[in-house]
Design a protein around this ligand. Structure first.
Ligand SMILES: Cc1ncc(COP(=O)(O)O)c(C=O)c1O
Length: 364
C-alpha cells in the first residue's frame, strides 16, 4: 500500500490490519465507546513501556514533538530547572522547547554521535539543587545512538531528581522498561517503531507527578499535562477533540505488539538491523557507529564521489525511501536506513540488492 518501501525513520510501513482500522465507523469522542478504547490503549501503552501500576498513560493528538512539548511545558514549577543532556538533532529539539518556554536549564552538551559521559552528568545533577528533572533522548535518531538512560536514571534516583525521556524513536524498537531504568516520564508516537501513524502521540508518567501538577504551572493551553490527566482520570477522555481516527490504528498496532510480546518484537528489529549492517559492510560502506547502536537506525556514509541527493533520488526510483543525514552529517554524505515499521528479514535482503545495484549504477 506504499508506493515505495519506507526505510525512513518515520513514517513507517504499516501492517494491513493496522491500516484497516482507519476505516472504523465514526464515533463520538464523548461516548462510552471512545472511553473503552481510551482505557484499553492506556493499558497497552503501559505494556509497551513495561510500566507498573505506579505509571499512568495519556494520549496526545499530535506528533512526537507535541508529546515532548506537553511534558516540558508542564512539569516545571517557578524556580525549578531542567538538566538537558543532548548529543544530536533531537536533543536540540528538546532544547528548542525549553528555550521557547523560557524554562531554565543546565546544558549538558556532547558532540553529535558522542556517547554522553555519565560522570559529567552526575556532577551537573549534584551541583544544581534547582534541577528537578533531567531530560534526554533514548534513541538519538539523528545518529542511531542509544543513550545511557539506565545509568542516568540510577543517578537521578540517587540524587533525588526525576528523569524525562523522549522515547519517540525507541518505543517498540528497544526494551525500555521505565520502572527498571528509573524513567519518570516517557513519550512516543504511533508513527515510529510501533508501526502505526504519525499524529497519535502518548505519554507514560509516574502518577504521583501527574497528581502534583497544577493548572497554572502548565504553560501551554492545548498541550497541558494537567488537563490531559484530569480529563483522563475523571472521564477517560481528552480535553479537546482528539485524533480518534488515528487512535484506532495506534490501539491495533499496540495490540499486535502485546500479542507478539515486546521481547520478540524487539528481537525481530535487532535481526533486521544486523542483516542491514552486515550487508552494508560487505558493500564496503562505512557505518557511523560501532557501539551503542539502536535496533532500528543505521547511519551510513556514501563512497566518495557519490552525490547524496542523487543517491536518495535513485533509491526512491528503485522503490526505497531513505533519509539524508542531518546537520554536519549531510555534508559528509551520510544517509540513514531505518527498519522501524513492518519491515522483515526478506525486505532487508531485497533492500541490500537494490542498494548494491544503485551504487554500481551511480559509480559507473
Ligand atoms: C527522538 C525523536 N524525538 C522527537 C522527534 C519528533 O517527532 P515528530 O516528528 O513526530 O514530531 C523525532 C522524529 O523523528 C525523534 O526521532
Amino acid at each position: 500500500m506504499s508506493k515505495t518501501k519506507l526505510f525512513s525513520p518515520g513514517p513507517v510501513m504499516v501492517r494491513n490490519d493496522v491500516r484497516e482500522t482507519l476505516l472504523h465507523y465514526d464515533i463520538c469522542h464523548r461516548s462510552p465507546e471512545f472511553e473503552e478504547m481510551f482505557i484499553d490503549t492506556q493499558e497497552k501503552i503501559k505494556y509497551l513501556f513495561q510500566a507498573d501500576n505506579s505509571y499512568y498513560a495519556l494520549l496526545i493528538s499530535g506528533s512526537g514533538t507535541a508529546a515532548n512539548e506537553t511534558v516540558l511545558s508542564s512539569i516545571f514549577k517557578p524556580g525549578e530547572a531542567a538538566l538537558l543532556i543532548r548529543n544530536g538533532a533531537f536533543g536540540e529539539r528538546l532544547q528548542e522547547i525549553l528555550d521557547q518556554y523560557a524554562i531554565p536549564y543546565v546544558d549538558c552538551a556532547f558532540e553529535w554521535g558522542q556517547h554522553p559521559d555519565t560522570e559529567a552528568i552526575r556532577q551537573a545533577l549534584a551541583a544544581y539543587p534547582e534541577v528537578t528533572f533531567a531530560a534526554m533522548v533514548y534513541h538519538e535518531t539523528s545518529t542511531g545512538m542509544i543513550n545511557p538512560v539506565g545509568e542516568v536514571g540510577a543517578l537521578c534516583t540517587q540524587l533525588g531528581k526525576r528523569l524525562f525521556v523522549d522515547c519517540v524513536s525507541a518505543a517498540g524498537g528497544e526494551l525500555i522498561s521505565v520502572a527498571d531504568k528509573n524513567i519518570s516520564i516517557a513519550t512516543s508516537v504511533g508513527g515510529k517503531c510501533v508501526g502505526a501513524y504519525p499524529g497519535s502521540a502518548y505519554v507514560c508518567a509516574k502518577e504521583d507527578i501527574l497528581k502534583s501538577l497544577t493548572a497554572a504551572q502548565c504553560r501551554n493551553v492545548y498541550l497541558s499535562l494537567y488537563k490531559h490527566y484530569q480529563n483522563a482520570v475523571t472521564t477517560h477522555q481528552t480535553p479537546n477533540t482528539p485524533n480518534v481516527n488515528l487512535f484506532w490504528p495506534l490501539n491495533k498496532a499496540l495490540s499486535n505488539i502485546a500479542q507478539e510480546g515486546i521481547e520478540r518484537r524487539v528481537e525481530g528489529r535487532q535481526r533486521c538491523a544486523n542483516i542491514l549492517r552486515e550487508g552494508v559492510k560487505q558493500l564496503g560502506l562505512k557505518i557511523l557507529l560501532e557501539e551503542h547502536r539502536s535496533n532500528t537506525v543505521t547511519s551510513v556514509f556514501l563512497p566518495s564521489g557519490v552525490d547524496l541527493s542523487a543517491f536518495i533520488a535513485a533509491m526512491e526510483a528503485r522503490g526505497y525511501t531513505l533519509y539524508k543525514g542531518k546537520g554536519k552529517f549531510e555534508a559528509m554524505g551520510m544517509f540513514q536506513i531505518a527498519n522501524m515499521g513492518e519491515i522483515y528479514e526478506a525486505d532487508c535482503f531485497e533492500f541490500l540488492d537494490a542498494l548494491k545495484a544503485c551504487l554500481a549504477a551511480l559509480q559507473a
